[in-house]
Design a binder for this molecule. Sequence first.
Ligand SMILES: Cc1cc2nc3c(=O)[nH]c(=O)nc-3n(C[C@H](O)[C@H](O)[C@H](O)COP(=O)(O)OP(=O)(O)OC[C@H]3O[C@@H](n4cnc5c(N)ncnc54)[C@H](O)[C@@H]3O)c2cc1C
Length: 277
Amino acid sequence: MHLLSLACDKGLDLQTHTPATSIKRQSDGMWNVSTPRGVISTKKLVVANNAFASTLLPEYTEKIIPIKSICCQISTPKDRPTPKVAGSFGLRLPGKSHDYLIQRPDGTIIVGGGRDTHVHEPKEWFNNIDDTTLIGSAKHYFDAFMQEHFHGWEESGAKVDLIWTGTIGYNSDSVPNVGPVPGRKKNIWIAAGFQGHGMPVIWLTMKGIAKMVGRGASWEESGIPNPYRTTQERLDNPRSALAERVQTIVAEHQEESSRKKAEAEVVEIVSNTDQVA
Ligand SMILES: Cc1cc2nc3c(=O)[nH]c(=O)nc-3n(C[C@H](O)[C@H](O)[C@H](O)COP(=O)(O)OP(=O)(O)OC[C@H]3O[C@@H](n4cnc5c(N)ncnc54)[C@H](O)[C@@H]3O)c2cc1C
């Protein structure tokens, strides 16, 4: 918010609750951005709506996929001391869950993940932009998270205060799409698809975009890592490592469920045989 205030003080015209519904290049080279509150005309355009990039640039439809994710805030009752957590954590728990957390200065814990609860149900999260609902099978995953996984939290009374979902832009090839949009006339850039790791990389990436947009720097001069460069070759690549991975996960889960079901049936037959004997 501090940076945003600074930018507004310097003249940024920020229009909230104003979705861009389409973009169109005019014959004079200007880009028109339509919104429900009117048309904005600009010489240079940066598309940075991440998971929603394909709503304005359809060529990214199968390249940047909206992935619904879940996150929550955990706190302890006011009359109990809040245990401290040393640093931030990425947790690899049994069952392949990938959780991540940080303690805020007020002692509350922000934790997200719960992958294992729903990863095998792609409808819940894959290509899903509905951040108005929780992910059903994950909504109680964090209820006793701190008590279960951290020493010193067993008697803390920690509980989930707030829980929400958000949309992450994942790329079919796992690398952000940044730079001049291929196949379009000039003066349009994209900076999107930062996966679940945008926070450490967006700052310098956008500095590079600003060099290109503001000072006419080339891609090579921008300082942005080359694998991020959005190219026609990447757009034309029919392969989606992301979709393949999801198919594998679903297949593995079905196999595992069938195996468990078959084992349960064997146990039941053995126990019935014991009763007969
Ligand atoms: C639950 C969750 C946990 C995460 N955890 C981490 C983490 O631990 N570490 C990390 O580095 N990253 C994390 N991320 C990812 C991180 O939030 C993103 O990488 C980062 O926010 C991407 O920034 P962005 O500005 O590119 O896009 P976004 O933050 O997604 O912003 C895009 C904006 O564009 C707006 N928009 C969309 N369509 C339009 C339109 N047509 N017109 C106008 N505006 C539009 C959206 O409303 C939104 O405000 C997490 C994300 C989620 C959802």
